[in-house]
Design a protein around this ligand. Structure first.
Ligand code: PLP
Length: 483
């Protein structure tokens, strides 16, 4: 350690010795600093070599049509790293996080190299829109947006609220009246009480999800995602520098989710499990038993469950909210978009512990200040529109029946959805699915979303049944003509 000049000691000999010691110490520390700089540069050089190898792997996989993420290979690598960590007395969590950063980088490099970049439902929508601008009439089965109008009282309340001057900033978490209305609604619908500071109103469920992931996930943290999954979860985790651990479910297994699959994917670095029920794109709703088992596992492992429940009003089978199985740390996501046909109003909310809500709120205050005041007041009116919700539900239930009935005549394997407004069929034919979907769009003017937007589901597509029954029948007939 460096000795600092001490005024109580005036002895010149000691002073000289101290100066010499200081010189020796600074030489020593400079040597150590040089060494640590060299080691750090060596690590960076090794990272560059690692990236080069990842590029070669990417090209190799592209030439042979292999998939980018291979969980077994990652598991072997993880085992090797943990073994090395314990041999060298290094902290396992630190090594896991470092490995996750490296694996995240090589996945990105390989995707770039192989030209694979997941297509999102919005990308397909953009192509269909361009065709419409050229004069084509396209049937939109790619975007999950109810074609039914919002409740009349909501539309009217927007102008009333604007006329009465409700056009200002509000508290970032939401105007107190709206927070109260949401709490009342949660009491009625889910039979649980949540405190005022456990709720935040956000611009759509999407921002609530983004805010939750970005404020809680740190670089190298792991997030379990049940696949097939809505692509935004993956995007948000990647923005936060986290690593995705996919739990892949299968159509042949009825898209069943098991608590043991989740348990087997948990590591020391796991911070969050994302579930979406009813699921976009499969429509799966896990049973109450599974929800309770998941909550138990998450509680024991102290992992946050983010449960995205924006489609819960479209449940054709019993649905158990995470709010009703709150043994564990949780974030419940809900939205006005799907339940009340209010996609363009951009309003949703999150419910969690107050510390998590405070974190999401800090991010929201930086990014957007608050949801527009008149939109918040209009949303209050939506919350007691039970018969509106019932009618929409019944309409979607009829459309689900028609869609499934028509799809059964085609060479497809699919599971009738438990909820939501999507079906996710597999094409049982040796075929380039993306090329086929592009032909269906260009020649038959029906727009669908490719399965690979939702994970490793190359032979699948997602169909959103948000169109009247006769349009759905016509669209599926056209799809069938090219299958
Ligand atoms: N979660 C899922 C699964 C979705 O499919 C969507 C929209 O499509 C959202 C959340 C976000 O919806 P919004 O931001 O309109 O509330």
């Amino acid at each position: 350690m460096l000795t600092i000049w001490d005024n109580t000691d005036g002895n010149p000999t000691n002073r000289l010795e101290r100066v010499k010691m200081q010189d020796d110490d600074s030489i020593e520390i400079e040597k150590l600093r040089t060494e640590i700089r060299q080691i750090t540069s060596e690590i960076i050089r090794l990272c560059a070599s690692r990236s080069e190898v990842a590029k070669k792997i990417g090209r190799f996989k592209q030439e042979r049509g292999l998939i980018i993420q291979t969980p077994e290979v990652e598991r072997d690598l993880r085992r090797a790293v943990l073994g090395e960590a314990s041999k060298r007395g290094l902290d396992e969590l630190f090594c896991l996080r470092l490995l996750n950063l490296l694996v995240g980088d090589s996945t990105k490099v390989q995707k770039r190299e192989s030209g694979e970049d997941h297509s999102s439902p919005l990308q397909t929508f953009a192509i269909a829109k361009q065709m419409e601008e050229r004069g084509d009439k396209v049937i939109h089965l790619e975007v999950g947006e109810p074609d039914l109008p919002p409740p009349r009282v909501v539309v009217e309340e927007i102008s009333t609220a604007i006329d009465s001057g409700l056009t200002r900033y509000t508290e970032t978490r939401g105007a107190p009246k709206v927070l109260d209305a949401i709490r009342g609604y949660i009491r009625r619908r889910h039979k649980v009480s949540v405190a005022e500071d456990q709720v935040i109103v956000t611009p759509g469920g999407r921002f609530a999800i983004y805010g939750a992931i970005v404020s809680l996930i740190k670089p190298g943290d792991e997030v379990i995602i049940v696949e097939p999954a809505w692509p935004a979860y993956r995007d948000c985790v990647e923005i936060a520098g986290g690593k995705i651990s996919p739990v892949v479910t299968s159509v042949d297994d009825g898209w069943a989710l098991r608590a043991t699959d989740i348990l087997n994917s948990i590591s020391k670095a796991t911070r969050m499990i994302i579930i979406n029920q009813p699921s976009n794109p499969t429509g799966k709703i896990p049973s109450e038993k599974i929800m309770r088992e998941l909550a138990k596992v998450a509680k024991e492992e102290n992992i946050m469950i983010l449960s995205d429940e924006v489609y819960h009003h479209y449940s054709y089978k019993p649905f158990t909210s995470i709010l009703e199985s709150t043994e564990c740390p949780y974030i419940h996501i809900d939205s006005f978009s799907k339940s009340y046909s209010m996609t363009g109003y951009r309003i949703g909310y999150a419910v969690s512990d107050k510390d998590t809500i405070r974190k999401i709120s800090s991010l929201q205050s930086i990014a957007i200040t608050s949801v527009p005041e008149f939109v918040q007041y209009a949303a209050i009116k939506a919350l007691d529109q039970d018969s509106f919700v019932r009618n929409n539900f019944e309409e979607m239930e009829r459309r689900r029946a028609v869609t499934c009935e028509e799809l059964r005549h085609l060479p497809l394997t699919f599971v009738e959805p438990d909820g939501g407004f999507y079906v996710f069929p597999r094409i049982d034919k040796e075929i380039d699915t993306e090329r086929l979907l592009m032909r269906i769009l260009e020649e038959k003017k029906v727009s669908l979303t490719p399965g690979r937007a939702f994970g490793p589901f190359e032979n699948y597509f997602r169909l959103a049944f948000c169109q009247p029954e006769e349009v759905l029948r016509e669209a599926i007939k056209r799809i069938g003509s090219l299958l």
